[in-house]
Write a protein that binds this ligand. Sequence first.
Ligand code: HT9
Ligand code: FE2
Length: 372
Amino acid sequence: MPTTSDDDALAPYDAVLLLSFGGPEAPDDVMPFLRRVTAGRDVPEDRLQEVATHYHHFGGRSPINDQNRSLMAALEAELARRGSSVPVLWGNRNSTPFVTDTLRAARAEGLLRLCVVVTSAYSSYSGCRQYREDLAAATEELGIAAADLVIDKVRPYALHPGFVAANTDHLVEAVAELEPGDRDSARLLFVTHSIPEAMDDTSGPGDGDGNLYVEQHLRAGHVIAQGLAARAGVTLDHELVFCSRSGSPRTPWLEPDVNDRLVELAGEGVTTVVLAPIGFVSDHMEVVNDLDREARDTAEGLGLRLVRVPTAGTHPLFVEALVDLLQERAAEARSEVVIPEQVDGGDLRPSVCAPGCCPNLRAALPALCGQD
Ligand SMILES: CC1=C(CCC(=O)O)c2cc3nc(cc4[nH]c(cc5[nH]c(cc1n2)c(C)c5CCC(=O)O)c(CCC(=O)O)c4C)C(CCC(=O)O)=C3C
Ligand SMILES: [Fe+2]
């Protein structure tokens, strides 16, 4: 049985589990993937067919799995650099390697104490609790008793200094590419995944005011814009916009949509727009399709110059941040005193979610890594 030595900074964990959304890797995987993602959800069939065409524009292959393979390798390298020998495992919600299969293999190797990192930085049902439900469903399916398994997760990291710094760094580089004359007049749009308003209204701890999803983006964006000003001396008007709206048209989702906002800005005489998709951790399909294809088309039709900033990806500061968070979680598991790092004093979310945090509005399902 592998046991992590006591002096490993990740003790008591045996392994790290990178938990992600998944995506198709071949044309025949596209529809089964989309049906799995939307099973039991209010997503119309014509929206599904439309999203399938996004994947087919890219040969039926989403970039997300390759990005997670790279992130896994980067995490392993950073852990090794710090003298940790724990392996990094990988499981998805919607495509192979499915998290249940990853946990089955982990159990076979005696890796029963796992520290989870999800590939979503912000607090919402889709980005947090739904992953906790996936872990509960997988352990239930495998018949692993709670007593035989430890599954903990790192806290939401939208406001971790390393995530913010990686995004700031990419923004500074992108703005440096602008013509000097465009630098001060450009508009900065932070972009994230739209979610139903009801999901945002209930995001955050059950006893809080909700809207934590939007609040975290506003705070992160503000600190990133300040970082740009401090490092490059460029102050840009900035705001938050949304992409990838799904669901029924009758259900309200967060707005404005990035394309609608580009139309308005062009109408106001803006000529250059910088898109910084800080809501995503890698340049997956929502980024390369919804921003690099759709929003770019919109901008071209309007005569707008568009610059798209890369997501955190495997930026060294982001990889270091994730390993810092893993070490922080391990110290917490060892009952050591930890002082979590957070920018701007924004609401600090614990690694163990509060009861009712980011609730599932359709059904109350079991979830790990929380008090409920
Ligand atoms: C908050 C959030 C993130 C977190 C940000 C993050 O984790 O980065 C995220 C990530 C992702 N969403 C993704 C893809 C999709 N999301 C869909 C549908 C939905 N997303 C929602 C929310 C979120 N989604 C919601 C409320 C729905 C409605 C249905 C439901 O309530 O579940 C659909 C269905 C079709 C459609 O778009 O209508 C697809 C295909 C991919 C994979 C991309 C790739 O393949 O590279 C990723 C990483
Ligand atoms: Fe999504």
